[in-house]
Write a protein that binds this ligand. Structure first.
Ligand code: IMP
Length: 429
């Protein structure tokens, strides 16, 4: 049995939570492999909207084991809040949640450093969610981070204080007033609380599950264009958001990866700073934002909106080895008479390119568009692929021809039920 990987191909917010929740019955295990509470995975069913930040999106299916992998950065306060929040829906998340002992802990001072660093950057700020992601991964790479397994050590308090004091020196450099008492108290309460969850060397568990033939779905966070190596650096998150990240973030060999599901919106959005060639600064962009309710599920910030960008999508498909595409939020385009797709870029020297330039931020790229007819009708009540309007079928066919990968799911609304399956995604496991 292989591990299937599901990830976002754009700048995040593609709708991964909905798809994981939808596919979960096909699997026995759902595992997050990177990122942290900067993610906001939204699931909607039975008229209720749920947003998960730390817990994998398989948590609503009672028989699924949910794993927070070693590649994740964990905020115990957020996790505690999330576990408590699920109780009112009759879910005891601590029962089927296993946390890697090697996942890194986000400390209160990581969040303060994130905020101080962003403030100091001024107009060049990344637009971080300010959840402490960058500073926590920086400590991991500097080999001084604290891990979930450290919580069980007798000298955890001392280790915490040593790192916190280093952070205080950094914060003093930024000259920021530091109010820590309340956040520190909440942190210590939360780490006691999360000890009710099972901590494990999850790489062993996962590799045993593979041997036993249990289906595993690796759930990515953010999107490929925010990847630390291949995203629009420095306007990126601090982890490897691509398929390779599933190997390092869970402890699996590349040969164990099976299907790679690439999730993309029928258009593009981006939250935070950084290059976005097809961004619309006009009324069309406004309409897209309103129709798609494009406001961050973690920060509430309005998302920047624009047309489909084929060079960017092709790049993400190439980096991830995507085997199946799932197109989300097709219904948001119902309101447009015409739909545009960027096929390539025009560069300042007059040449054209289908590749993303090294320094996207400094190089002014002009998107060149192909225009397709819109379908200008509601998709409500449509449950079969063949019943979709012809113009939407043509849009899908055009994208498939351009991308060379089948589009097997088309999402026509936020609810679980508003999902059109075109081809069998997976044999039932
Ligand atoms: P950070 O990961 O919070 O430091 O944010 C770095 C960049 O990634 C910022 O532009 C954020 O807006 C963006 N980002 C981080 N997480 C997400 C996400 O889950 N969805 C969309 N954008 C994100």
């Amino acid at each position: 049995m292989k591990i299937d990987v599901l990830l976002g191909l754009q700048w995040g917010d593609e709708g991964k939570g909905k798809v994981v929740d939808f596919l979960a019955p096909e699997y026995k295990v759902v595992a997050r492999f990177q990122g942290g509470p900067n993610a906001g995975h939204t699931l909607e069913f039975d008229g209720i909207k749920h947003v998960l930040h730390q817990i994998p999106s398989g948590i609503f299916r009672p028989d699924i084991i949910n794993i927070i992998g070693n590649g994740v950065v964990l905020d115990a306060v957020v996790l505690r809040r999330e576990i408590e929040g699920l109780k009112k829906y009759g879910i005891d998340a601590s029962k089927n949640l296993i946390i890697s002992k090697k996942a890194q802990l986000i400390l209160p001072t990581h969040r303060l450093m994130d905020a101080a660093s962003e403030k100091a950057k001024g107009v060049s700020k990344i637009g971080s969610t300010l959840k402490g992601i960058g500073p926590t991964y920086a400590d991991k790479i500097a080999r001084q981070g604290l891990r979930v397994g450290d919580l069980l050590l007798p000298d955890f308090q001392k280790r915490y204080e040593t790192l916190r004091d280093k952070h205080m020196n950094v914060l003093a450099f930024y000259n920021e007033p530091v109010e820590l008492a309340e956040a520190e108290a909440a942190f210590f309460e939360a780490i006691e609380y999360i000890k009710q969850c099972r901590f494990a060397d999850t790489e062993y568990l996962i590799n045993n599950y593979i041997k036993e033939g249990k289906g595993i779905l690796a759930e990515g966070a953010q999107g490929s264009l925010l990847d630390i190596d291949f995203g629009s650096y420095p306007y990126v998150t601090s982890s490897n958001t691509m398929a390779a990240g599933a190997c390092t973030g869970l402890g699996i060999a590349p040969a164990s990866v099976g299907e790679v599901y690439g999730i993309f919106k029928a258009y593009c959005t981006r939250v935070g700073s950084g290059p976005f060639p097809t961004e619309l600064h006009d009324e069309t962009g406004e309409r897209m934002r309103k129709e798609g309710n494009e406001f961050g599920s973690t920060t509430g910030r309005p998302r920047r909106c624009g047309w489909m960008d084929l060079p960017a999508l092709r790049y993400a498909i190439m980096l991830n080895g995507v085997t199946q595409l799932f197109m989300m939020k097709a219904d948001v385009l119902n309101i447009f008479d015409e739909i545009k797709v960027c096929t390539h870029y025009k560069l300042p020297d007059g040449t054209t390119s289908e590749e993303l330039p090294f320094d996207m931020d400094a190089v002014e790229v002009t998107p060149v568009y192909k225009t397709l007819p819109g379908w200008s009708q509601s998709l409500k009540g449509i449950t079969k692929y063949d019943e979709l309007p012809q113009a939407l079928l043509d849009y899908v066919a055009y994208l498939e021809q351009q991308l060379n990968v089948p589009i097997n799911i088309i999402s026509t609304g936020p609810d679980r039920t508003q999902t059109i399956i075109r081809k069998k995604i997976k044999e039932i496991i």
